[in-house]
Design a binder for this molecule. Structure first.
Ligand SMILES: [Zn+2]
Length: 126
């Protein structure tokens, strides 16, 4: 399960960051996950609850913000949502097929592939 490795990385980066604070616990963690990452929201939430057990993040709320797909076309200059996103159902590492809605040309992906910690709310220790 790909999600476990991703969540594990994100959680350890948060825990590393928490060393700089006098944190008793964390109430909420917000992640930004691009639509093109192929990461399942439910799997992320499940992995998060397992990985954060017995850590400062245990019991915190996981908020997942979805980053929309945005592409840029070199041919006609279009920039915005892609015409078609084919995530290839059932295929683990399917490459989405994106094309320009204006000229049907191939496009460069501007956003939609992110996977990062946006913020987290620390409950300070006394
Ligand atoms: Zn175009």
């Amino acid at each position: 399960m790909h999600e476990v490795a991703v969540v594990s990385d994100l959680v350890s980066s948060i825990l590393e960051e928490l060393k700089r604070y006098n944190a008793a616990s964390v109430s909420e963690v917000t992640l930004v996950i691009g639509k093109l990452t192929n990461l399942g929201r439910e799997q992320m939430e499940f992995a998060y609850s397992v990985i954060t057990r017995d850590s400062l993040l245990e019991g915190s709320t996981l908020v997942i913000e979805e980053e929309p797909v945005c592409v840029a076309c070199a041919k006609c200059g279009y920039e915005g949502p892609a015409d078609m996103v084919d995530m290839g159902y059932g295929e683990e590492h399917a490459v989405p097929l994106l094309s320009c809605p204006v000229c049907k040309g191939s496009v460069k992906i501007v956003s939609g592939q992110s996977c990062f910690v946006k913020c987290f709310d620390i409950v300070e220790g006394s």
